[in-house]
Design a protein around this ligand. Structure first.
Ligand SMILES: [Zn+2]
Length: 294
């Protein structure tokens, strides 16, 4: 399989900036780690796909993006984090959530998510991270992010996301785009872009269908912005990657506080800590716990 990547582009003489991604490997990796049901694969896959692009849109080398869906639906919640180099990871609260597919074989992601909130947290090394919180408007994630950009960042944007699974529920294609309108853009351009995006987002499986035909993220952007010149500025490799390690986990254990640590030491049995993002197991025996307690 080809590697995942993001393209960053500008169009219509810098009136638009655009991102597109092919994210099949990222979403399939998430499916394997979390053993997600099809509707959970679809929902988590969409948020990972958006997260990888939004991570790469940040400026600083150590910036960290977190997308968090708090919701009342059976999926229970979704968390994704991404860095500026498009390393992305995520998990859902209830990976086994089951929703029957509709007659077209489409999974009911809005139904699994239900009502709730989207939090966009950007940690840019300041004292307080930026936190944008909006309520979910559709639960389909792409429209929720469009709404977030319009209301929280005041940047008119179009977001499209798609995941396609095969008969055995392996991920066959995944991808998406984010297009943003710069303040100086003229109205005619916005109208024609809107028409193009409405067509894409109302066509089930448009993005993954294009990839099925062998088209690339670059082709996707050219298709959306047909009447304008698209300038591809950068191609960024993207991957599912967790940076956890025993050392990082020890810091988390050490921060539990003396009384908890002393209790675990008194208990005498080793403790196991699992990473929510990659499912790695870390064992700490009593000696190690004593060391962490200092
Ligand atoms: Zn991990």
């Amino acid at each position: 399989m080809d590697n995942d990547y993001i393209v960053r582009a500008s169009a219509a003489g810098h009136q638009l900036r655009a991102f597109a991604i092919t994210s099949r490997n990222i979403v399939e990796r998430a499916r394997q780690i979390h053993n997600t049901s099809p509707v959970a694969t679809d929902a988590l896959g969409r948020l990972l796909t958006a997260g990888a692009m939004m991570g790469s849109m940040m400026k600083g080398e150590n910036d960290l993006l977190t997308l968090q869906i708090e919701c009342g639906g059976a999926i229970g919640g979704i968390t994704v984090t991404a860095d500026v180099n498009a390393n992305v990871k995520g998990y859902v609260k209830n990976p086994a959530v089951f929703m029957p597919p509709d007659p077209q074989g489409k999974f009911d992601v809005p139904g699994a998510i239900g009502p709730g909130f989207l939090n966009v947290i950007k940690d840019m090394g300041m004292k307080e991270p930026y936190n944008g919180r909006t309520h979910l408007v559709s639960g389909g994630i792409a429209r929720d992010l469009t709404y977030y950009y319009a209301t929280s960042e005041q940047v008119p944007s179009a977001v499209g996301l798609g995941v396609l699974m095969d008969r055995d529920n392996f991920v066959r294609q995944a991808g998406g785009f984010i297009i943003q309108v710069m303040p100086e853009a003229d109205d005619g351009l916005i109208d024609s872009l809107e028409a193009s995006i409405n067509h894409i987002n109302s066509t089930t499986g448009f993005i993954t269908g294009l990839f099925e035909k062998g088209e690339s993220p670059e082709d996707l952007l050219r298709y959306i912005m047909r009447d304008t010149d698209v300038e591809i500025l950068e191609k960024i490799p993207a991957r599912y990657h967790c940076n956890c390690s025993k050392e990082r986990v020890s810091r988390a254990v050490a921060s539990l506080g003396q009384s908890d640590l002393q209790e675990m030491i008194k208990d005498g049995s080793p403790i196991e800590v699992n990473c929510q993002f990659c499912n790695s197991h870390y064992i700490f025996d009593t000696e190690e716990l004593k060391e962490l307690a200092g």
